[in-house]
Design a protein around this ligand. Sequence first.
Ligand code: NAD
Length: 504
Amino acid sequence: MRVIDHFITGHAGGGAGREGDVFDPNTGAVQARVRLGTQKDLDAAVAAAQAAQPAWAATNPQRRARIMFNFKALVEAHMEELAHLLSSEHGKVIADAKGDIQRGLEVIEFCCGIPHVLKGEYTQGAGPGIDVYSMRQPLGIGAGITPFNFPAMIPLWMSGVAIASGNAFILKPSERDPSVPVRLAELMREAGLPEGILQVVHGDKEMVDAILDHPAIAAVSFVGSSDIAHYVYRRGVEAGKRVQAMGGAKNHGIVMPDADLDQVVADLAGAAFGSAGERCMALPVVVPVGEKTADALRAKLIPAIEALRVGVSTDQEAHYGPVVTAAHRGRVENWIQAGVDEGAELVIDGRGFALQGHEQGFFIGPSLFDRVTPEMQAYKEEIFGPVLQIVRAADFDEAVRLPSSHQYGNGVAIFTRNGHAAREFAARVNVGMVGINVPIPVPVAYHTFGGWKRSAFGDTNQHGMEGVRFWTKVKTVTQRWPDGSASVAEGGRTHDAFVIPTMG
Ligand code: NAD
């Protein structure tokens, strides 16, 4: 059986040790094994990173940017291969797999402009003969720990900005779908990245703990579920590292009485059920304002949800594919049962769904709940599956209060034709990313991604300038040059001082 190895400079591969199963969610079969690394593997990666990083940091940013350009072209040339590989381990349909890669590439495009964003600030004449300037310098070695649900985009969020800023980066991807991160690292190497600057170590908690405790790793970026994000944040900070840790989500979509309901239903089909609901920016809660809106929305949602096609991830007509593992399907089904037990009305039940010819695949049909209330545990917790919950709100104030007081605060959307209501909502809601008639408000790469409350620990977001701030530290220089040193003005060597160095 295929064994997915680490991507560590100087690592021969092979050898004994723990391994994990990598499933094909379409068939339920184990399709590969992944190595679960140890402290020894991490030490090898850190040693290679330490050897390579100083020269990389000293490489001018324009050269670093050129490698990003090369990498972007290579990923585009390998899009089909990468999308199929991603889909075969994750289970998302090919179009979603391409979207996953494309959104990551947009961060690489941002990184192509790294010379511009790394420019520091300058004040001439801050005092008599005194100038002050600042520069952004890399941290050294950074690490990223990523979830299964975006195996291309999230590793690229982190690694792109970290590397372009002059750091060496060690990625610990999800052990559920580890192949694409390794392929991306290989392509980065092919693009011209020196050895040791981007490495991939596989593993589970043992490897995560080794990363968090390693004294040579200066910063850790994490994305995953909230309890683990919180753990990573605390342990990493305790070890003196810079840590950003993004967690789970339960995003609400507010539907005002004046919203275009046909458009809302079309948006919800994608936002609640696309990628089998395994998105941190999915919209699993819809909040119609007023009973009339709720009844009308429910009436339109039922046939739309019943028409969704669940299929294998290579089925071009399929709306969504299987979830990632049998264990995850069991978890989603348990939450559906919890909702029933707590008294919510299960309008459409997706449990027990079997796809003909793929009975062992990890499929689950779409589910719809109505009359879900804020006290229910099934409302409070993230389900991360193809389940939509209707929570009816009496008025606008209640609709603002629901997402604002929820434990998670990743994303939220409002659907309305009323500009004033939308503006009010965006200003008041206690959530990090807001969509106005945009169901999945993932910010573009040159803005920044991050939630609030239990959706993110630490104070810096992913990508955009926030990402650059996370992966660099600022040094501020205050300088004064005594008059006597102005030998340049006295002739002799004047021209040497003004020779423009070759930047290429
Ligand atoms: P997860 O928390 O199970 O795993 C994330 C990472 O943590 C993986 O690399 C995994 O190996 C590691 N890990 C797992 N258990 C660990 C433990 N006990 N100790 C230390 N490390 C451990 O998350 P997942 O199931 O892979 O991904 C889904 C979750 O990620 C959802 O909660 C989703 O909302 C969240 N997510 C959040 C964002 C965001 O930006 N806020 C984006 C994508 C996904």
